[in-house]
Design a protein around this ligand. Structure first.
Ligand code: THU
Length: 134
C-alpha cells in the first residue's frame, strides 16, 4: 500500500488536540495506519500522580490492540509533538513499539512545522529485549 504520510501526520495532529496535559502542557499525537485502511490515533493522557500518565505512542498502540488489530496489521506509525526538532519518543514507548509493531515498520517523527525524520522501530530501539529472551 502506498503510504500517504501527510495524511497520517494530519491524523496524528488531530489526535494531538485531545491530549490531556494539565501538568506538562506538552501535547503529543500519534497515528497508526492499518492494512484495512483504517487509521487509529491517540494522544498523551497525564495524571496528578505523574507516573500514571501515558504517552501518546502507548495510548495509540494500546487502542490498536484493543480494537482487535495485531502488529502485522500495522503499516506505518507517526508521532507529532511541538518541538524544535521532530519529536523523539521516550525509552518506554520505544520498548512498547518494539512489542506491538514489527521491527521493520516505518516510523515518521515530526514537529508542528512538519519537519520529518523517517526511521523504523528497530532503528529507534536496536537489540530490543523481546519475547524471545524470556
Ligand atoms: N510524551 C509523549 O506522549 N510522547 C513522547 O514521545 C514524548 C513525551 C508526553 C509525556 C508527557 O505527557 C509529556 O509528553 C511531557 O513529557
Amino acid at each position: 500500500m502506498n503510504i500517504n504520510w501527510d495524511l497520517l501526520v494530519d491524523k496524528a495532529m488531530y489526535g494531538r488536540e485531545f491530549a490531556y496535559v494539565p501538568y506538562s502542557h506538552f501535547k503529543v499525537g500519534s497515528a497508526v495506519l492499518l492494512k484495512d485502511g483504517n487509521i487509529i490515533y491517540g494522544c498523551n493522557v497525564e495524571n496528578a500522580s505523574y507516573p500514571n500518565g501515558t504517552c501518546s505512542e502507548r495510548n495509540t498502540l494500546q487502542k490498536m490492540i484493543s480494537e482487535g488489530y495485531k502488529k502485522d496489521d500495522a503499516i506505518a506509525f507517526v508521532i507529532v509533538g511541538q518541538a524544535k526538532r521532530p519529536i523523539s519518543p521516550c525509552g518506554m514507548c520505544r520498548q512498547v513499539m518494539s512489542e506491538l509493531l514489527n521491527i521493520n515498520t516505518p516510523v515518521l517523527l515530526s514537529n508542528l512545522e512538519r519537519e520529518y525524520v523517517f526511521t523504523t522501530v528497530e532503528k529507534l530501539l536496536p537489540y530490543a529485549f523481546n519475547e524471545g529472551d524470556l
